[in-house]
Design a protein around this ligand. Structure first.
Ligand code: PHB
Length: 391
């Protein structure tokens, strides 16, 4: 009798399922829980906001759903503080039980997140931080990056500086993984081609008291300066550099972070600065045009490289989740689809290296007005060597 009843119940449920339209049948599927761990305060605030905007735009373009499942966001302000990173990541992993962690901007924080992702198996998409170790010794099947390594833009600029005829340089940056790796990569390429780095200077993150260093640069008289700063700190640095009277005779170069998303604040002081980056203004590809129009419409502001990286993180997640039709328990298939994704990025075509880092052009850009105008390709389809990655 009991068997008979449950059989009827099953039959009833199957019949009901058959009658339901597909969308309604999926409606009770649990949402995919996305944890955004990004800076929403401090010098990198605008980077965190623009990554968030870009990510959400990509999801919105998929109707707010991936593989038929709605997306639910959980957000934590990481304050670009590595000391708080384990607690902050735990809030998302252990408290909110996110399916995927997206973050972050600051390399010190992202390194801690990558360690936790490796330990817990949580799917991690890094939408900015450029520390090499994330896709080097810490690389793992569940760790992806849609942005860059510091090596890529730094190395490309070392070569470009040689082409510009520079023989001596001083480097100046924030003293933490991102800054150190950026200037090291510049030095690697510059000195391999016969250039000489006279001095490497650094101040603690996120300090902005640049004056004494600028005085020293004036005394050293290098052919050029190579600097990594970003966000609010970059706005002040570029203005201080010009105000110190250095700009006219010791040109300032850097990775594109120095002038991306900052030109409104830097104004005249930034004009003419040459940088290297995987994105820029005037790329003139259909995807970039569509992306920029959609972003402007959604947020009322122009996108920058950080918006692009957020957008591509959304696109990468979509490629994975749609390949498994929303069934993210199919880990192997999900990861394989992400690994082999050919992302139609606003930056141009983007694929991932064996260590899950983007392979893309590194453009040469020049600040003209409010734009980082692309004036050439400093390094085509440049892949980070992924040193130390075993997977
Ligand atoms: C980093 O910490 O890796 C970082 C931060 C800001 C940037 C680029 C890299 O613009």
């Amino acid at each position: 009798m009991r068997l008979h009843t449950s059989f009827r119940r099953i039959l009833g449920a199957a019949a009901a399922a058959l009658l339901l339209p597909a969308a309604a049948a999926r409606a009770d599927q649990p949402k995919i829980r996305v944890g955004l761990m990004l800076p929403y305060s401090g010098t990198y605030t605008s980077l965190g906001v623009n990554i968030t905007n870009g990510f959400k735009l990509a999801i919105a373009e998929h109707g707010g759903k991936l593989g038929g499942r709605a997306i639910e966001y959980f957000t934590v302000d990481d304050e670009s503080d590595p000391a708080k990173a384990p607690d902050n990541a735990n809030k998302l992993i252990k408290r909110d039980h996110v399916d995927v962690l997206v973050g972050t901007v600051h390399s010190g924080v992202a390194l801690a997140m990558a360690k936790m992702a490796k330990d817990t198996g949580t799917l991690l998409i890094v939408p900015n931080a450029g520390a090499g170790d994330i896709t080097g010794p810490l690389c793992a099947p569940n760790i992806f990056r849609t942005s860059f390594t510091m090596w890529q833009s730094g190395y490309a600029m070392g070569k470009e500086a040689l082409r510009e005829g520079k023989k001596t340089a001083v480097t100046f940056t924030w003293k933490y993984a991102a800054g150190e790796e950026s200037v090291d990569a510049f030095k690697e390429a510059f000195e391999a081609g016969g250039g000489k780095v006279l001095k490497m200077m650094a101040l603690p993150f996120p300090q902005v008291e640049f004056q004494s260093y600028l005085t020293e640069i004036a005394a050293l008289k290098p052919d050029m300066v190579y600097s990594f700063f970003s966000g609010g700190g970059a706005v002040k640095y570029v203005k201080d550099y010009a105000a110190a009277g250095l700009k006219a005779h010791i040109p300032l170069y850097g990775p594109g972070f120095l002038t991306d998303g900052t030109l409104e604040g830097q104004g005249e002081a930034a004009q003419g600065i040459l940088t290297t980056l995987h994105y820029g203004d005037g790329l003139d590809n259909p995807k970039d045009k569509a992306f920029r129009a959609a972003y402007l419409k959604a947020y009322g502001s122009e996108p920058d490289v950080f918006s692009v990286q957020g957008y591509d993180s959304g696109q990468l997640l979509a490629a994975g989740v749609e390949a498994v039709k929303g069934d993210i328990s199919k880990r192997k298939e999900l990861i394989a689809a992400m690994e082999h994704a050919k992302i139609d990025s606003p930056r141009g075509p983007m694929t991932l290296s064996r260590s899950h880092n983007p392979v893309n052009n590194i453009y040469l850009r020049k600040v003209v007005g409010k734009e980082n105008k692309v004036i050439g390709i400093a390094a085509p389809a440049l892949a980070d060597p992924g040193r130390g990655c075993k997977m």
